[in-house]
Design a protein around this ligand. Structure first.
Ligand code: BG6
Length: 466
C-alpha cells in the first residue's frame, strides 16, 4: 500500500527536452557536442522538445496528469556558461520561472544538479572531472543552485548515474582513443565525483535549507546464470562493481576494499590525496534515488566459452562481457525490446528489497520506463505495451512496500518523449507524445498517449490499480 503522501511523478532531464542550446547565454555542453557528432543520424539538442519555450504548457499537462512531483535537471552551463566563471542571470531566471510554475500547480520539484550535460569549457580548461579542479567548480555551481532555488526545491539529486558517465567518458565530453587509458581516466573522474558529491552534501547541510539530498544510482540488477557457485559469486561481484561500490562510498564514506582490490589488479586504481578519506566522510545522503530499468544475467568468465549445460541454455550477450570476470546472457523468461532491455517487474521488487536491506535509507525511483517506436494514429498513441510495463512495476513496488521497503516516490521515465541519451527521438519513453521526428521538428505538438490516461487513473487511486 502506498502512503497518502507518496510522490507520484514523472521524469525528464534538461538536455533531453529544453532545446535553446545557445539561447540566453547558455554555454556549450558535452551532450550538445555528442549529439552534433551524430547530426546525420539523430535529432540534436538544438531544438529537442522546445521545453525552454513551452514549459508553461508542459506544466499544465503535468497538472492534468495529476503529478505530485516532477523530476527534472538544471543545466550547469545555463547557470554558469563556462562552468566556473560568471553567473548567467537569464539561466537563473528560466529555472526560477519553471520552479515557480511547478509550485503554483502543487507539483514538488525533484531537481538533479548534473544529468550528463557537462560544460565544455571545463573540458578545454582542465579535462573536466578527470581533474581535481572540477570538484570546487561543481560545489560552487551547486551552491549557486541551492541559494537561488533552495527555498522552493526540497529534493536535490547530485549526480545522475555517476557509474555510467565515468565508464563512458564521452558522456562527460572526454574523448580518448586508447581503451585502457579511457578506463583509467574514467575511474579517476569517478573518484573526483565521489568527493564532489560528498562536499556538495556538506555544503547543502551548512545552508540549513530544510530539504533532502542524495545521489541518483543506475541500478542494473543481476541474476546468476546458474546455481553453479562460480556464477552466483560472479553475479554478486558484478553488481558490487557496477552499483554497490558507489552506494557504499556514499553511505560509509569510504571506498570499499573489493573495489580497490579490483582496480589495483587491473592497473586502473585512481590517485587519492592525503585528505581524501577525510573529505569522503560524514556526508551521508538522506535517501537513495534509483534509475531502474532492467535485470541482467551474469555467469563466471570462461575464456569466452558460453556456459553449456541444460540448466543454462542461455543466449549469450557478448556486448557486455567483462574479460576475466563475467559473461552476460539473455533471460529466456523475459521479453526484450528492440534495444535489448527486458521488462522485469519482479526484478524491481527484488532490487528494492536488496537496496533497502543494505542501507535502510528511504528510496526513490526517479527513472523507470519502456523505450518503444510509438506510432501516432489519428492524433492518438495506443501504447498498451507501456501500460503493461508500468502496471507491472506499480504492482511490484506495492509488494516491496508491503515487505517493509520505505519507497517514497515513483517517477517513470519519461514525462514526455525526450531525446534518448544515444538513440535520438524515435526510441520514445514518454507519457506524452511529441510530434516530431529525428529530422523534422514538425509542430512539436504535445499529445497524451493512452499510458498518460492510465497513469492519471493510477495516481488518482494512489496506486491501487489492476
Ligand atoms: C538513463 C538516463 O540512463 O536512461 C536517461 O538517466 C536516459 O537520461 C535513460 O534517457 C534511457 O536511456 P536511453 O539511452 O534509452 O535514452
Amino acid at each position: 500500500m502506498f502512503k497518502d503522501n507518496f510522490l507520484w511523478g514523472a521524469s525528464t532531464s534538461a538536455f533531453q527536452i529544453e532545446g535553446a542550446w545557445n539561447e540566453d547565454g547558455k554555454g556549450l555542453t558535452s551532450m550538445d557536442v555528442r549529439s552534433f557528432k551524430k547530426e546525420d543520424q539523430i535529432a540534436t539538442t538544438k531544438v529537442a522538445m522546445d521545453h525552454y519555450h513551452r514549459f508553461k504548457e508542459d506544466v499544465q499537462l503535468m497538472k492534468k496528469l495529476g503529478m505530485k512531483a516532477y523530476r527534472m535537471s538544471i543545466s550547469w552551463a545555463r547557470i554558469i556558461p563556462d562552468g566556473y566563471g560568471k553567473i548567467n542571470q537569464k539561466g537563473i531566471d528560466f529555472y526560477n520561472q519553471l520552479i515557480d510554475e511547478l509550485v503554483k500547480n502543487d507539483i514538488v520539484p525533484i531537481v538533479t544538479l548534473y544529468h550528463f550535460d557537462f560544460p565544455m569549457e571545463l573540458i578545454k580548461k582542465y579535462n573536466g572531472f578527470a581533474s581535481r579542479e572540477c570538484i570546487n567548480d561543481f560545489v560552487r555551481y551547486s551552491k549557486v543552485c541551492f541559494e537561488n532555488f533552495g527555498d522552493r526545491v526540497k529534493y536535490w539529486l547530485t549526480i545522475n548515474e555517476q557509474m555510467v558517465i565515468s565508464q563512458m567518458p564521452n558522456f562527460q565530453g572526454i574523448y580518448i582513443n586508447d581503451k585502457h587509458e579511457e578506463k583509467k581516466v574514467g575511474w579517476q573522474s569517478y573518484h573526483h565525483m565521489c568527493i564532489a558529491h560528498a562536499l556538495v552534501i556538506k555544503e547543502y547541510r551548512k545552508l540549513h535549507l530544510n530539504g533532502f539530498i542524495g545521489p541518483v544510482i543506475s541500478y542494473p540488477t543481476y541474476y546468476p546464470a546458474s546455481v553453479k557457485p562460480e556464477d552466483v559469486l560472479t553475479a554478486k561481484q558484478v553488481e558490487d562493481l557496477k552499483v554497490f561500490c558507489l552506494t557504499d562510498v556514499h553511505f560509509y564514506g569510504k571506498h570499499p576494499d573489493y573495489l580497490i582490490h579490483y582496480l589495483e589488479k587491473h592497473d586502473l586504481m585512481f590517485k587519492m590525496e592525503e585528505h581524501d578519506e577525510e573529505l569522503l566522510k560524514n556526508a551521508q545522503p538522506d535517501f537513495i534515488a534509483l534509475n531502474w530499468y532492467t535485470t541482467g544475467i551474469v555467469g563466471a568468465y570462461q575464456d569466452g566459452q558460453e556456459i553449456n549445460n541444460d540448466e543454462s541454455a542461455l543466449k549469450p550477450r557478448r556486448d557486455r562481457n567483462i574479460k576475466g570476470l563475467a559473461q552476460f546472457y539473455m533471460n529466456p523468461y523475459l521479453e526484450y525490446n528492440e534495444w535489448n532491455w527486458n521488462t522485469d517487474p519482479v526484478g524491481l521488487h527484488y532490487a528494492l528489497l536488496k537496496m533497502w536491506e543494505r542501507y535502510h535509507l528511504p528510496l526513490m525511483i526517479v527513472e523507470n520506463g519502456l523505450g518503444h517506436r510509438d506510432v501516432l494514429e489519428n492524433n492518438q498513441v495506443h501504447d498498451d505495451y507501456r501500460i503493461k510495463y508500468l502496471q507491472g512495476m506499480v504492482k511490484h513496488m506495492s509488494k516491496a512496500i508491503n515487505d517493509g521497503v520505505n519507497l517514497i516516490s515513483y517517477c517513470p521515465w519519461s514525462f514526455m518523449d525526450v531525446l534518448s541519451s544515444s538513440d535520438g527521438i524515435e526510441k520514445r519513453y514518454g507519457l506524452v507524445y511529441i510530434d516530431r521526428t529525428d529530422f523534422d521538428c514538425k509542430n512539436l505538438k504535445r499529445i497524451p498517449k493512452d499510458s498518460f490516461y492510465w497513469y492519471q487513473k493510477c495516481i488518482q487511486k494512489n496506486g491501487d490499480i489492476e
